[in-house]
Design a protein around this ligand. Structure first.
Ligand SMILES: [Fe+2]
Ligand SMILES: [Fe+2]
Length: 270
């Protein structure tokens, strides 16, 4: 058994935000911070805000509306979008289902470090940082509903994929200014791949299926909707554990250069 443990997203410590209409948890790496936001149906549209760093928005469950610089996008489960740095944006849930969305910030935004204080491998955050206020009281949207969301919103199943290790798995990627996300579709009953390492750390999220992750020779079971961090320099590999295919999302920060060719479809980057 491994000393490392994958944490189920739902077991992460949460705090109430936006008048209790949202519960937020966070998990960080050396150079990125992810928030998990459980948004109650009926949460009002909050006041648009902006920040000097970009934000990747992953809708895992439910449907949410994202408004970016007066362009309104309907984001279904399984979609991904990016809010550019300094762009005014807001969002709200649609329908009766609770929304689960994951936001990615790189480098870790200082005003959210306290959400990740449960990770004892990092120093405790100091107060005294800027806060980009969010206020859940705002007028109805005045922007334009985007019927054509090409280049703005992507379904991760539809991202251009490449075959890895002679067809053992498929991979797609999505980048931000300082981070790169890779989606890995791992079929069951594939051979264990040769362990590798790199000088940057890696967050591993299991979106579906069950993953066995070997880090420095110790195997950790990573159930669906869990997260674990592979430290920089640690030797690792993984495989689908059981009969279900695995979809896993890896977060690298800064954006790893060897995966950048997978993000060529993102026309907002040269
Ligand atoms: Fe934001
Ligand atoms: Fe890796």
């Amino acid at each position: 058994m491994s000393r490392r443990k994958a944490l189920r997203w739902r077991d992460l410590p949460t705090k109430e935000v936006l008048d209790g209409m949202m519960h937020r948890a966070a998990y960080r790496s050396d150079e990125a911070l992810l928030t998990f936001n459980w948004i109650e149906p009926g949460m009002p549209r909050w006041m648009p805000h902006s920040h000097p760093f970009d934000q990747i928005v992953i809708t895992v469950r439910g449907t949410q509306i994202l408004e970016i610089e007066n362009e309104i996008l309907r984001c279904p489960a399984g979609s991904i979008a990016r809010v550019p740095a300094n762009a005014k944006h807001t969002g709200w849930p649609e329908g009766d289902e609770q929304v689960l969305n994951i936001d990615v910030f790189a480098p870790p935004r200082p005003d959210y470090l306290h959400f990740a204080a449960h990770q004892s491998e990092y120093p405790q955050p100091e107060p005294g940082y800027p806060v980009y206020h969010q206020n859940p009281r705002a007028a109805p949207p005045g922007g334009k509903w985007m019927e054509d969301t090409t280049g703005l919103l992507y379904r991760w199943e539809d991202l251009p994929k490449t075959s890895i290790e002679g067809g053992k798995m498929e991979r797609a990627a999505f980048r931000g200014d300082h981070t790169l996300l890779s989606f890995n579709w791992v079929p069951p009953h594939t051979e264990r791949m040769t362990p590798h390492k790199h000088p940057f750390d890696q967050l591993v999220l299991v979106m579906s299926g069950s993953l066995a992750l070997e880090i420095e020779g110790e195997v950790t079971e990573c159930p669906p909707e869990s997260i674990i961090r592979i430290p920089a320099g640690a030797t690792h590999t993984g495989w689908a554990n059981g009969d279900e295919p695995v979809l896993n999302l890896d977060v690298f920060a800064p954006a790893r250069e060897d995966y950048l060719p997978l993000t060529k479809y993102q026309k907002d980057y040269a």
